[in-house]
Design a protein around this ligand. Structure first.
Ligand SMILES: NC(=O)c1ccc[n+]([C@@H]2O[C@H](COP(=O)([O-])OP(=O)(O)OC[C@H]3O[C@@H](n4cnc5c(N)ncnc54)[C@H](O)[C@@H]3O)[C@@H](O)[C@H]2O)c1
Length: 280
C-alpha cells in the first residue's frame, strides 16, 4: 500500500542499488513499491582496489534487484554506471530518459568506506578513491540530474546519501568523513542554485546500518578499538537514544518522504536518520 500516492509514475534512479542488503537496494525497492518507475544502477564490475572484490554491486546483483521489483509488481530496469566517470553518469541519465521518457528523482547513494587507516598512514590513492566515489560521484549525479530536470521544467528531487560522518569526525576515516561533510556543502549549494527550478536537494545522514559495508565496518572498528564485535555493538546500542542501530527500512522511509510532495518545502537539508545518535 503506497504511503505517497503522488509518487506513482515518477521516474527514479538510485545509484549503488545493486548490492543485496544495501541502503540503495532498500531505497529503490521502496520507491518502486510507491509506484515509481525505477532504474537500479550500480558499478556492475570491479574497477580497482578501492572496493573489495566481494563488495561490488555486480551485473547479476543489478539483475536480481530488478527481478525482485518486477516480481513484486513494480516497473524497473537496470543500468550499470561507474559514478567516478562523468561520461558514465551522463549516460545513466540519458539511458533512463530514453527508456522512461523523463527523470523526476535522483538518489546519489553509491559510496565506499573501506579505505580506513590512521591519518598519519593515509595515502593519496586512498584519499582520491574515497573522495572520488563519495563526493565527485555525487557531484556528477547532481549535475546531470539537474540538467535533465531543468530541461523538463517541472521541478524534481535530488537526494544524496551522506552519513553521521557528514556531521561528526570518526577516527581512521579522514577521507570518508571529509567526503561526507563535502556532500552536505554540495547539497546546500545545489539547493540554492536549483531552488528557482523547483528542484529540491537534500542529504540523508544515516548512523550505522548493518549493510555489507556496515558489517565490514563493525569488524574493522571493533578490532581497531580493541573490543570484540559483541562489545562494540553493545556500546553502539548504549549511545543511541532509540536503543538500536539503523535499519535499511529507516533510510528507505526517509527517502520516500523526501521524494514525495510532503517534502515540497524541504531543501538544502542534511537530515539525520540516526535514532537520536546525531542531533546537529
Ligand atoms: N551502512 C552504513 O552504516 C552507512 C551509514 C551512513 C552512510 N552510509 C552510506 O550509504 C551508502 C550506501 O552504503 P551501504 O552501507 O548500503 O553499502 P553497500 O556497499 O551495500 O553499497 C554501496 C554501493 O555503492 C556501489 N559503488 C561503489 N563504488 C561505485 C562506483 N564507482 N560507481 C557506482 N557504484 C559504486 C557499490 O557497488 C555498492 O553497491 C554509501 O554512500 C555509504 O557511505 C552507509
Amino acid at each position: 500500500m503506497p504511503t505517497y500516492p503522488d509518487l506513482k509514475g515518477k521516474v527514479a534512479i538510485v545509484t549503488g542499488s545493486g548490492r543485496a542488503k544495501g541502503l540503495g537496494e532498500a531505497m529503490v525497492k521502496r520507491l518502486a513499491a510507491e509506484g515509481c518507475r525505477v532504474v537500479v544502477s550500480d558499478i556492475g564490475a570491479p574497477r580497482g582496489a578501492e572496493i573489495p572484490a566481494d563488495a561490488i554491486g555486480t551485473a547479476s546483483g543489478i539483475d536480481q534487484v530488478v527481478a525482485e521489483i518486477r516480481a513484486a509488481g513494480g516497473e524497473a530496469i537496470g543500468i550499470a554506471c561507474d559514478v567516478l566517470e562523468e561520461t558514465s553518469v551522463k549516460a545513466l541519465v540519458d539511458q533512463a530518459v530514453a527508456h522512461f521518457g523523463r527523470l523526476d528523482i535522483m538518489v546519489n547513494n553509491a559510496g565506499i568506506g573501506y579505505l580506513m587507516k590512521p591519518l598519519v598512514e593515509m595515502d593519496q590513492a586512498s584519499w582520491d578513491a574515497v573522495l572520488g566515489v563519495n563526493l565527485r560521484g555525487v557531484f556528477f549525479g547532481v549535475k546531470h540530474a539537474a540538467i535533465r530536470m531543468i530541461a523538463q521544467g517541472e521541478g524534481g528531487r535530488i537526494i544524496n546519501i551522506g552519513s553521521q560522518a557528514s556531521k561528526s569526525g570518526f577516527p581512521f576515516a579522514a577521507p570518508y568523513v571529509s567526503s561526507k561533510h563535502g556532500v552536505v556543502g554540495l547539497t546546500r549549494t545545489a539547493a540554492i542554485e536549483l531552488g528557482p527550478h523547483r528542484i529540491t536537494v537534500n542529504t540523508i545522514c544515516p548512523n550505522h546500518v548493518t549493510t555489507g559495508l556496515g558489517a565490514w565496518q563493525n569488524k574493522y572498528f571493533s578490532a581497531a578499538t580493541g573490543r570484540n564485535e559483541d562489545t562494540y555493538l553493545k556500546d553502539m546500542r548504549a549511545r543511541i537514544p532509540l536503543g538500536r542501530p539503523g535499519l535499511q527500512d529507516d533510510i528507505a522511509k526517509a527517502c520516500a518522504f523526501l521524494a514525495s510532495s510532503q517534502a515540497d518545502y524541504v531543501t538544502g537539508e542534511a537530515m539525520n536518520v540516526s535514532g537520536g545518535e546525531e542531533y546537529h
